[in-house]
Ligand binder design. Sequence first.
Ligand code: SF4
Length: 399
Amino acid sequence: MSGSRGTKKAGQIPDHEEVWQQAKWRARVRRQLLAWFAKCARDLPWRRESTPYRVWVSEIMCQQTQVATVLPYYERFMKSFPDIQKLAAAEEQVLLSHWEGLGYYRRAKSLHAAAKLIVADHGGSFPLEFEDVLALPGIGRYTAGAILSIADGQRQPILEGNTQRVFSRWIALRGNPADTMNNRLLWQVAEKMLPRKDAGTFNQAAMELGALVCTPKQPDCSRCPVATACAAHQAGVELEIPGKVTKVSYEDRTEFALVIRQPLVDVGTAKNRGNRAQKFTPRFLVRPLPEGGRWAGLWDFPRTTQVSYRDVVEATKQLSAEVGVNLVSGMRLTTIKHAVTKYRISLHVHDASPMEGGLEPGKPWKYASLAELSKMPMSVTGRKIVQILADDQQLRLPI
Ligand code: SF4
């Protein structure tokens, strides 16, 4: 192997190998990789029937989510929304319910918006021009390339987490692959590596190698089909590649959620009198989260999300303003630890009630029973609070 990018002074370690410029090397890697993929590819539902719609949904679901987690969601989604028309016509709340637990809900909203656009502008057929696909909400260069190469065999390169690492190792790229110059170089490699026909199979094979063999911390080079061609392995530097990526620095944050029960005194009013089932059904104050913020469109208990709060009294003051009534916090029900982007959050969940009188919620707030909450889309932590309330309810059942 020889050569490097840029000017190389004597004794300087090249920042990558230029083996990928050799047609023979590329042909060998392709052959080895594709033979391995034909034998070892996972049997995934979107591979059994690779229409643009099915590949698109799988690509969006698999962003930042493990394939094993995606599988049951994908099957359920396809049953409810088997084609673009059904997805475009879906109620947003129903769609979000199908996404509940997958996280990054903006993905579901973008899918929805894109499906509506496809119906309006492309007669309901997924567009097959690269620029048209790229113009759809939630679709970037990688996703457009993946859909068109896999579902339509187009010669489009891809670069995502797995292929970025695999290609970096193939050419022993020592720098941070996310740096502009390195990223540009990796896109060139991705393009040059594509076979003339069936680029989609090559793209899937490269991603699969990254997912199953060439993993970030423990690349299994002894089992790798391209080990004899891989520059990083040949130089014994596979563990040093990809090069240093700036680590996310996490910030601790304390947030509070309040569980406000509909006062029983309000339930037995003339309107409800005689309805015994309703009389004993506890209801809890919730609202759909506003657009532009975290988990927009999902239902949630009153909760602070913008800044860290010192204590529940301070947080209750803020939430009183949001609910429109002076609240007083009570006992802590639980603390849930979770992470959102760069925040490590301790979410303290407290009972709370209006300081005086009842609380007739105005829009967007409303009281919902546990049965109603079970059908409303919620974040993972919102659902945990519902579960705690349901368990508590079980304990309180009359003997
Ligand atoms: S030889 Fe090792 S480092 Fe190279 S591609 Fe295979 S698993 Fe990755």
